[in-house]
Design a protein around this ligand. Sequence first.
Ligand code: HEC
Length: 140
Amino acid sequence: MLRTLIATTGIALTLGMSATTASAADVENGEKWANRVCKACHTFDEGGKDMVGPNLYGIVGATPGTREGYDYEARNPNGSAAIHFAENGLEKWTEEAIAEYISNVTAFQDKYGDGNRSAMVVSLPPNAAPDVAAYLATLN
Ligand code: HEC
């Protein structure tokens, strides 16, 4: 009985620790949703082609609105928001910023993009955004 109790407590402690030391985001779930939702407009592989949106390889840590070879103005007939993100305080894409962006693109564009309405439209299930952002962080 005591032995069982000790063993059970040991497992609980181990689980508790891994939850606090590792990121809570689920990269596999993020990849699944990225493939379902983002792939309509983005490629993820190194040197992948630009589509409606720019290639996203190495996007975490990059300066927003500066993907080489992607013509932000031409691909967004109603205006690019991303080319204004850096001047409004988002100097580098972090995992957290991407999660915020894809949770509510319109609100994010109002906050950092001078209200420009790009061609980016996203619909993700609630809570999937941090997982997708964590997946993007693995692409480098
Ligand atoms: C309907 C097409 C479309 C879909 C779907 C889409 N995007 Fe985009 N994405 C765009 C466009 C267009 C831009 C450029 C926006 C701009 O210039 O303001 C963009 C820009 C971005 C940027 C900023 C790139 C930069 O240069 O700074 C990120 C990050 C991004 N998208 C992530 C995602 C993720 C993650 C998903 C899936 C959850 C997604 N997008 C789904 C069209 C799309």
